[in-house]
Design a protein around this ligand. Structure first.
Ligand code: PGA
Length: 247
């Protein structure tokens, strides 16, 4: 059985005062059935890990592919681990777009993260033009194959399907479209990784909010969500967590 996962991506939002939301979330959900992960900006990883005190997991939003060296502004996987992170998001569409991250780069980062014992949350997703051209499965299949290193297991890898056009837009695919992609990703994972591919959690991401969480979590092969905007407030993320616990 795959344990459900509610993951929050704070993106470039949050300062120390925002950690009150983490305390509030933990107070309101002291014993969730689902695993809970929050990925704040790098500046908050250490402080959030202290507030979380092991009750929820904390992750980075990116890491470098190298272990150390002359890479101004970058962060190595070992540094995230050293700050108390257990996970890292890799290949988010905003990083693919803003920083030119290719599948090969994402894969190298995932190898570096895994070598440090971080769970990799690898993101895939089509643009609106690709969906309109009916290339969705081809695109996400290639992203999945080329971004995920060999040896993926349920313990070291999570995949997030995030249609680029649904991120931060308030628009979501139909449930049938989500199911089609998640079922496809599952079959690809099983074809490549066997039983471990069946154990990898598949998250949906893109405009998940309290009002649509229940129906998304009832969708085939959806094991949780990667939540952006609605993860910033404990009340909203808590409501999404409750929906996942009830799924
Ligand atoms: P959103 O972002 O929930 O704000 O759409 C999701 C994500 O990019 O992870």
């Amino acid at each position: 059985m795959r344990r459900k996962l509610a993951a929050g991506n704070w993106k470039m939002n949050g300062v120390k005062a925002s950690l009150a939301e983490v305390s509030a979330l933990i107070a309101a959900h002291p014993n969730p059935k689902s695993e809970v992960l929050l990925c704040p900006p790098a500046t908050l990883v250490a402080a959030m890990a202290e507030v979380a005190a092991g009750k929820i997991a904390v992750g980075g939003q990116d890491c470098h592919m190298k272990a150390s060296g002359a890479h101004t502004g970058d962060i190595a996987a070992a540094m995230l681990r050293d700050c108390g992170a257990s996970h890292v998001i890799l290949g988010h569409s905003e990083r693919r777009a803003d920083h030119g991250e290719t599948n090969a780069i994402v894969r190298a980062k995932a190898e570096a993260a895994r070598a440090e014992g971080l769970v990799t949350v690898i993101c895939v997703g089509e643009t609106e033009a690709q969906r309109d051209a009916e290339e969705t499965l081809e695109v996400v299949g290639k992203q999945l194959f080329d971004s995920t290193p060999d040896g993926a297991t349920g313990a070291n890898t999570v995949i997030a399907y995030e249609p680029v056009w649904a991120i931060g837009t308030g628009r979501t695919p139909t449930l049938a479209q989500i199911a089609e992609v998640h079922d496809f990703l599952r079959s690809e994972l099983v074809a490549r990784f066997g039983a471990e591919g069946a154990a990898v959690r598949l998250l949906y991401g893109g405009s998940v909010k309290p009002s649509n969480a229940t129906e998304i979590f009832a969708t085939s092969n959806v094991d949780g969500a990667l939540v952006g905007g609605a993860s910033l407030k404990a009340a909203d993320f808590g409501a999404i967590l409750s929906a996942l616990d009830a799924a």
